[in-house]
Write a protein that binds this ligand. Structure first.
Ligand SMILES: CC(C)(COP(=O)(O)OP(=O)(O)OC[C@H]1O[C@@H](n2cnc3c(N)ncnc32)[C@H](O)[C@@H]1OP(=O)(O)O)[C@@H](O)C(=O)NCCC(=O)NCCS
Length: 162
């Protein structure tokens, strides 16, 4: 499919909000709600990449810095608390465009970005029943931990960039 993957400019914020809203409201709890300012923050820090099909934003993913206090539990379980780590988050594609490789392409761009930003490790989470998400993530990251929180299995994947 002919598409362009690029950093999403701030002017496209409303299209990003529409995509987040659509996917979160239709993901049967597989994606958590977003905080005030979250989307704007990704855009301002140039950490949100999107796929465009004839100018229409059809998919997004973001690179989240997780080197803050308190230390995120993923870093503790993976024993990487001292490593500069980024997390791949907010994988959303409109249903019509799924299973065509859109998120695979966005994910590769985000991993390149993590390299540019000199992260040492990239991680990603997926619920164990979110098959599509797992299939994309495991193309580049290795399953490294199975976290059981409140009965929901969360799989944690990791890629060493060093
Ligand atoms: C997860 C999501 C972003 C993936 O985007 P996508 O563009 O469809 O991903 P890709 O096409 O690059 O890859 C999907 C892979 O999963 C595979 N897949 C999807 N559903 C599958 C299933 N039920 N069984 C087996 N494989 C499956 C596809 O075949 C594809 O693998 P392939 O490239 O080897 O053929 C998309 O499904 C989505 O938006 N889901 C809803 C929101 C969500 O749950 N996001 C993640 C949590 S934040």
């Amino acid at each position: 499919m002919k598409m362009l993957v690029k950093e999403v400019p701030i002017k496209d914020i409303n299209e990003v909000i529409d995509l987040f809203d659509y996917c979160i409201n239709n993901a049967n709890g597989l994606a958590s709600p977003y905080d005030d300012g979250e989307i704007e923050n990704y855009l301002k820090t140039k950490r949100l990449y999107g796929a465009y099909y004839y100018e229409k934003l059809i998919g997004v993913g973001a690179l989240l810095d997780i080197n803050y206090d308190p230390i995120p539990i993923e870093k503790v379980f993976l024993r990487i608390i001292h490593k500069k780590t980024a997390m791949l988050v907010r994988y959303f594609v409109y249903p019509k465009y799924r299973n065509l490789g859109v998120m695979t392409k966005i994910q590769d761009r985000l991993i390149n970005l993590a390299n540019q930003f000199k992260y040492e490790v990239v991680i990603a989470n997926a619920f164990s029943h979110n098959i599509a998400s797992i299939k994309v993530i495991e193309k580049r990251l290795k399953l490294s931990y199975n976290l059981n929180v409140l009965g929901d299995d969360t799989l944690i994947f990791m890629l060493d960039l060093e």
